[in-house]
Design a protein around this ligand. Structure first.
Ligand code: CDP
Length: 197
């Protein structure tokens, strides 16, 4: 079966948690596409060469989750040739036999416009910054500033800007516990699978 769940949304909205839970529930493969951009940013040097030469071991670096790696990722992610170098891998992953969940910024709009399910997961900047602060620690005001700066860059870039696909289901997790957000996502996927039978 070929079945793609595309999950897009701004920084720290809960895409990863929802993506992992949906993948586990349906036995689908899961790709956190943000890791690809984080790994390209963390490699340093020429970002296009880094994207073209990306290997699985690059995704294993311990420091990819830091605020600095997030900033570096969103800077290299605005370079069209970097994005172009990562498209084919993501599309193969999305349409591989067995089902796939991909989370990122442009999955439902650019990488897989034919995805069977598109979710747009969001929350207020303060809620998202608070969640990210629980993970990374430090100064919460700085985490909020980082989140806002990255959102502005991701939404404002010319190539594949972050936006909800027209046919995406919106999940606003500002006032929603994580298990409720996961349950909502799972029910959207289950309904769609039922509809395709
Ligand atoms: O975990 P968080 O939502 O904070 O970020 P991420 O998903 O790891 O993505 C890091 C950065 O990579 C984003 O700020 C985007 O600039 C970029 N990205 C992108 O441009 N397209 C994607 N499909 C995924 C990430």
């Amino acid at each position: 079966m070929i079945f793609t769940v595309a999950i897009d949304g701004p920084a720290a909205a809960g895409k990863g948690t929802i993506g992992r839970a949906v993948a586990a529930r349906f036995g689908f493969a899961h790709l956190d596409t943000g890791l690809l951009y984080r790994a390209v940013g963390a490699k340093g040097g020429d970002p296009v060469a880094a994207a073209e030469g990306l290997v699985p071991a690059d995704l294993e670096r311990w420091d990819l989750r830091s605020l600095e790696a997030g900033q570096a990722a969103s800077k290299v992610a605005a370079i069209p040739a970097v994005r172009a170098a990562l498209v084919a891998f993501q599309q193969r992953f999305a349409r591989a036999e067995g089902g796939a969940v991909l989370d990122g910024r442009d999955i439902g709009t650019v990488i897989c416009p034919a995805a069977e399910v598109k979710l747009y997961v969001t929350a207020s900047p303060e809620v998202r910054a608070h969640r990210r602060w629980l993970e990374v620690g430090g100064d919460e005001a700085r985490v909020l500033a980082e989140v806002l700066e990255r959102d502005a860059r991701d939404m404002g870039r010319a190539d594949a800007p972050l936006r909800a696909a027209e046919d995406a289901v919106l999940i606003d997790t500002s006032a929603m516990p994580v298990d409720e957000a996961v349950a909502r996502a799972i029910s959207v996927v289950a309904e769609r699978m039922e509809g395709l039978r």
